[in-house]
Ligand binder design. Structure first.
Ligand code: FE2
Length: 165
């Protein structure tokens, strides 16, 4: 598996959160690297990628002799990465929050995904608000300025596109 610049950025976010929330950095790093493994490996559908990803990650970690008592912690990060509301421990919360925060650093990706999913410009902001609301309560308040900056930039981009079109 190749770590793209986006994946490295995501990993960096996850490790910053691990430090901030005093989580185990090893579990968070492995959870962050493996969270979308089913999408990368093109196994199953996007809807089930957290479950398929957990199975693939488990196979991989067992194959390389990763300690079994830690495997469940990494798997939990993969299974519960779709929303911080699903997190059952601080490591899972770091991985889920990092996934959302990475969106706020990447307007191009968000606009591209919105277009592919048929989300029109009116509904993009609602969609982004849903993303923001999936953050943990601490991250919501800590990263509110980042989110607001992202929304302002997104509105500018949508306006530019409308004016060009
Ligand atoms: Fe994912």
């Amino acid at each position: 598996m190749i770590l793209t610049p986006l994946a490295l950025h995501y990993l960096d976010n996850a490790l910053c959160l691990a430090q901030k929330y005093n989580a185990d950095p090893e579990i968070v790093a492995l959870g962050a690297i493996l969270h979308d493994i089913a999408l990368v490996a093109k196994v199953g559908t996007k809807k089930d990628h957290h479950i398929n990803g957990a199975n693939l990650a488990k196979e991989l970690l067992l194959k390389y002799g990763y300690p079994e008592n830690k495997i469940d912690l990494v798997i939990g990060c993969v299974i519960n990465h779709k929303s911080s509301k699903n997190a059952t421990n601080i490591e899972e919360l770091c991985v889920a929050d990092a996934d959302i925060l990475a969106h706020f650093d990447n307007i191009d990706m968000v606009l591209d995904v919105a277009e592919k999913q048929g989300i029109d410009s009116k509904n993009i902001l609602e969609w982004c608000e849903g993303d923001y609301n999936d953050l943990s309560e601490n991250s919501k308040s800590d990263f509110r300025p980042k989110y607001e900056k992202f929304i302002i930039e997104t509105l500018k981009r949508l306006e530019d596109t409308k004016n060009k079109g």
